[in-house]
Design a protein around this ligand. Sequence first.
Ligand code: UTP
Length: 304
Amino acid sequence: MAAKQTRRIQKVTKAVFPVAGMGTRFLPATKSIPKEILTLVDRPLIQYAIDEARAAGIKEFIFVTSRGKSALEDYFDHSPELESTLRRAGKDALLEILRETNMDSGAIAYVRQNRPMGLGHAVWCARRLIGDEPFAVLLPDDVIAAEKPCLQQMVEAYAQTGGNIVAAMEVPLAKTASYGVLDVAQDMGSIVSVKGMVEKPKAGTEPSNLAVIGRYILSPKVMLNLDKLKPGAGGEIQLTDAIAQEAEIPGNVFGYRFRGQRYDCGSKAGFLQATVAFALSRPDLRDEFSTYLNDMVAMQKAAQ
Ligand code: UTP
């Protein structure tokens, strides 16, 4: 990690949340509700991502949205009628919960992706707001349960590496075709240096079993790469391809094996797993819910 001595590492204070996808795997729900508003227990997916970003020191939140996502914009506004009703009723605990959803005026910016041309294109839509600064990208449908929030772990790792850093986790080889996959130059434990990246590799061509998930810290140079990119895998502009160009420079792209459990809440099975895990981690629900689950399992076994 020679990068540490040679580069001045700029603080990461901006984050991009690409939320312009169509969420087809959750139709019909996502016909009128943005996927990011689907709730794990009682908090929408987007709230988990915002909380994680805040914990990592992010001050500017840039949402890349599309048609039909106005519920997302409303979610972060003050709700004067609701707040005054709760205040009059003395419901301070609920008021406090609502307060966590309010963002300061000007802290959130919305840019529009007018056609779903892929994750890379969505990130590129935020280029003017990013300017010449490093930035984080968080995909709200990847929810990560961790003692120290994942992006905070990455910001700490980035303070050592600089460059670009992507969250990575080991997956079975048979599943690499669903991810961006790292070509590892050097494995240093929690941090690996990367010499290439492939989006959704064909079976047998995967460079490793280290898959990229939805947390990134990127240099502004990635935006310039996106400027020139042609559609890649699936006919979409791939963020992976723009980062892979940076990986051609040794010591410029790193993978970070985060500590925590990632749930793919963009898929039905992952969303259900996260719902169960988050419900079981809640002191107000744990006992009743685990009794119910145990009973369900016992009933299923008896019926077989
Ligand atoms: P997904 O691959 O999960 O696509 O996008 P999707 O459209 O959200 O969902 P499905 O596959 O149709 O069910 C990963 C992330 O990239 C964003 C999505 O909003 C999600 O956060 N995205 C994807 C965009 O913002 N724009 C795009 O053109 C594509």
